[in-house]
Structures are given as C-alpha cells and as structure tokens.
Design a binder for this molecule. Structure first.
Ligand SMILES: [Zn+2]
Length: 241
C-alpha cells in the first residue's frame, strides 16, 4: 500500500520512500509513500525522477493499481533486486505538476461559476498542463454567454479565494448537500473516507487531485473555444495564460 503524500500536501516536490516491490517485467517499482500523482479524475499523472542509491531513473509514467502506486522507470539501468528494502528519493517535474494544479483549480472555478450562474451541471472534463475542457448540461451556448462566463471566472480568480482540502469519514461527507450533486453517491461502498476540495464560497467537490491553495495562483483564464456535443451537452475549452 502506498501512502499518498500529495493528498495532504500538493506542494511537496521531493520525498524519501522505501521501495516495497519491484516488477522487472514492466520496469516499475511500488513505494511505501509517494508524492507522484498517479492520474485520475481528468488530471494526468506526474513525471519526474527517482534516485536509488545514486542511480537516477526517470519516472515516465505513474499509475494506481489497487492501493499501490506503480512508478514506471525509464532508462536501461537494471532495477534494484526484488525483495530488497531500498531507500529511494523522488523528485517531481514541478513545472508540469504546478501547471496541472493551476489548470485543475481553474476547472473547479469554471464548474462552480457555471453552476452558480446557470444551474448547469458538469458531465465530464479533461486537462493537460495549462489547458482543459469541461462538458456542461447546457441547452444552448452563444459567444456572448461564453464571454460572460470567462469574465465571471476571472472575477472569482482575482478575489483570491482560499482552497481547503479535507479528508472526511464517508458518513459525514454524504450529509453535505453540495457534494450530493457531484455524484458522490457513485463512490464504491468500500471507500470509507472522502477527500473534499472546497473553493471557499464557490465550489465543493469530492476530489482526489492536486490543486493550488489560493485562486490567485491560477492566473488569467481564457475561454479558447466551445462546441456542442449534443442536444443538452456543451463543451468549453479553457487556456491558462
Ligand atoms: Zn477536480
């Protein structure tokens, strides 16, 4: 089982850990704890490097498998032998991760603003560093509306709203009305704790991703494009400047 360090400290760029298993076939290692985000919820995985006894491996892909986080290592250096407890030091590609944190937060501001102003729910989303898209239950969308949304989103960002992350017992989270609308009820029964991400006064979601601490870190958001994806589904593309 890997302790997910990014869940309680999204700003952790380096960490020490112990290798708990090695898969020579896929060239991957499992660590007892990790700051690498394994991907999920529309946010792509982190990249970076892992130093094992002075041998530096690139971390080319990170993936969750059950309770473990697999770190796929690049290069041709042989992996540390299986079943040998080895200390490792991980370093994130922080430029990429911080861009993803800003982008992910911008999408939450978009989602919270559109729900507040138009009552439209999100049906899907995806992101890359500094750009993302989100689908909403909207019947029609015009250029004028999109410009209003862009202005409202930037207004919220400029307010410097605080972002709070909490890990709550399942029962407690299920009593929060704002979380019900984000389909929290679809969480598998075995999950006993729910991580919530709140942009104070604007948005509250059950979310496993990484976000900045204050909306002022996001920067200016531009609505780059929008398109219809069906009768009641409209897609908004954003870019972070
Ligand atoms: Zn999110």
């Amino acid at each position: 089982m890997t302790n997910l360090l990014y869940q309680t400290d999204a700003y952790l760029q380096e960490f020490s850990a112990t290798i708990t298993s090695v898969d020579t076939e896929t060239h991957a290692v499992v660590l007892d704890q990790s700051a690498f985000y394994p991907g999920g919820g529309g946010q792509p995985c982190d990249f970076g490097s892992l130093d094992v006894g002075g041998v530096i491996y690139s971390v080319d892909k990170v993936k969750k498998q059950g309770d473990d986080v697999l770190h796929f290592l690049g290069g041709t250096s042989p992996l540390p032998p299986p079943n040998s407890a080895r200390v490792a030091h991980g370093t994130l590609d922080w430029v990429r991760r911080y861009q993803l944190m800003r982008t992910h937060t911008a999408l939450h501001v978009l989602c919270g603003t559109v729900f507040r102003d138009y009552g439209a729910k999100v049906t899907g989303g995806d992101m890359d560093p500094l750009k993302g898209r989100m689908d909403f239950e909207f019947e029609s969308m015009r250029g004028e509306l999109v410009r209003d949304i862009e202005a409202a989103v930037n207004h919220e960002i400029q307010k410097g709203l605080e972002i709070r992350v909490k890990i709550l017992p399942r029962d407690e989270a299920f009593q929060i009305p704002d979380l019900i609308r984000t389909k929290i009820n679809l969480l598998p029964e075995g999950i006993m704790q729910v991580r919530t991400v709140e942009i104070v006064g604007l948005d509250l979601q059950a979310d496993g991703g990484t976000h900045v601490m204050n909306t002022s870190e996001v920067g200016r958001v531009k609505v780059a494009d929008y398109k219809s994806k069906g009768a009641i589904n409209k897609r908004i593309y954003i870019e972070i400047e």
